[in-house]
Design a protein around this ligand. Structure first.
Ligand code: HEM
Length: 371
């Protein structure tokens, strides 16, 4: 998509798409303007039960509630668990000398972490994993204004029924975990409804799982495609956090988001009417030369990397710290344990078939074990 984004930035940075009847915004600064002004550009597009689709004042209260589960202390305390899950996943493939980076590590790691965060018993993790991908596909189709395929809807129903049982059991026997906390909390002096708690759990799954899978996959793929960067990183492992930020910028896991104008407003010389939908192409903003010198260069030493990959403004990703932690632990452990990592010549990498998400569904690699 990146050559198309470059073309749009140069020719029509704020563009009305006649087919979809939406405004498309491609430039870094225009995107910041839209995401930074929640009053003019509302997120209230869906059923309104998930906080990503809420506006203030309700959003503010909801966010404060969920943010308790994502303080930097909570995230730091999760590190040993993330490390242990990663080591166990790598133990399984070590002897083979080859793995599918996505299926064997980047996929199971974040879904296991979210299952832990939600307090799911370990025995249920596999079921949870099976429902996750169809549930995300269904959400993605809804976002695109399509009717989700029946097999996706069936998985969503099973997931919802499972979460409803989990929530009911926490209501009867609170444990102090995230779900129990949501059940006990009040917004506007009222307890959250059970569907609101369920939607929040589903949001954490949808927002936090495949994006992180793609971040881990994209970072490794970019390093393998840029051997100089990989050597730089091997010589100086301290560069890993900035390499992850650069991968977030360069191949953005979540390509665009939607808003709706609440009033007539001018943007980039165009008049957007009240009620019209606006899509911000954050992935395009991340390659905007006016914000990033040599924007098409993958440079793991880049500083002041103010990319838009976690959004901007009041909906800025609550899980950014967690996503970064998982990527850092996954990649540092992989590079420490497995030497001579390279793409498996015999098996092709498969890019994800999605317009919203950017990543790989399969990334076969080979390696030599160094421990
Ligand atoms: C919001 C990206 C990981 C939970 C967002 C938004 C983006 C994003 C772009 C803003 C959406 C908007 O403005 O409409 C990512 C990426 C991740 C990631 C690229 C990969 C590392 C996570 C994780 C979690 C999470 C691990 C939690 C388990 C959330 C939540 C919101 C959100 C709850 C809604 C915040 C709000 O509405 O105030 N994420 N995310 N994300 N993300 Fe993430």
């Amino acid at each position: 998509p990146y050559p198309h984004y470059a073309h749009m930035r140069a020719t029509a940075p704020v563009h009305f798409n006649d087919t979809l009847q939406v405004w498309e915004v491609y430039g870094y600064h225009d995107i910041q303007t839209v995401l930074g002004d929640a009053k003019t550009f509302s997120s209230d597009l869906s059923d309104g039960k998930m906080m990503v689709f809420m506006d203030p004042p309700r959003h503010t209260q909801f966010r404060r509630l969920v943010a308790r589960a994502f303080t930097s202390k909570v995230i730091a305390d999760l590190e040993p668990k993330v490390q242990a899950i990663t080591e166990a996943l790598l133990d399984r493939v070590e002897a083979a000398g080859r793995m599918d980076l996505v299926k064997d590590l980047a996929f199971p790691l974040p879904v296991t972490v979210i299952a832990e965060l939600l307090g799911l018993p370990a025995a249920d993790h596999d079921k949870f994993k099976q429902w996750s991908i169809p549930a995300i596909r269904a959400a993605e189709m809804e976002l695109m204004g399509q009717v989700p395929a029946p097999e996706f809807v069936a998985a969503v129903d099973e997931l919802d029924a499972y979460l409803a049982r989990l929530i009911a059991s926490r209501r009867d026997h609170p444990t102090g975990d995230l779900v129990s906390g949501l059940l006990a909390a009040e917004v506007d002096g009222e307890r959250l409804t059970l569907p609101e708690v369920a939607s929040t759990c589903r949001l954490l799954l949808i927002a936090g799982f495949e994006t992180t899978t793609n971040l881990i996959g994209n970072t490794l793929q970019l390093l393998l495609a840029h051997p100089k960067a990989l050597r730089q990183l091997e010589a100086d492992p301290e560069l890993l956090p900035s390499a992850i930020e650069e991968a977030l910028r360069f191949n953005t896991p979540f390509q665009f988001f939607a808003r709706r104008a609440t009033r007539d407003v001018e943007l980039g010389g165009q008049l957007i009417r009240a009620g019209q939908q606006v899509m911000t192409f954050n992935a395009s903003g991340n390659r905007d030369e006016s914000a990033f010198p040599h924007a098409d260069r993958f440079d793991i030493t880049r500083t002041a990397n103010r990319h838009l990959s976690f959004g901007h403004g009041i909906h800025y990703c609550l899980g950014a710290g967690l996503g970064r932690l998982e990527a850092r632990v996954a990649l540092s452990t992989l590079l420490r344990r497995f030497g001579q990592l390279r793409l498996d010549e015999g098996r092709a990498a498969e890019p994800l078939q999605s317009v919203v998400l950017f990543g790989f569904s399969s990334l076969p690699v080979v390696f030599e074990t160094s421990e």
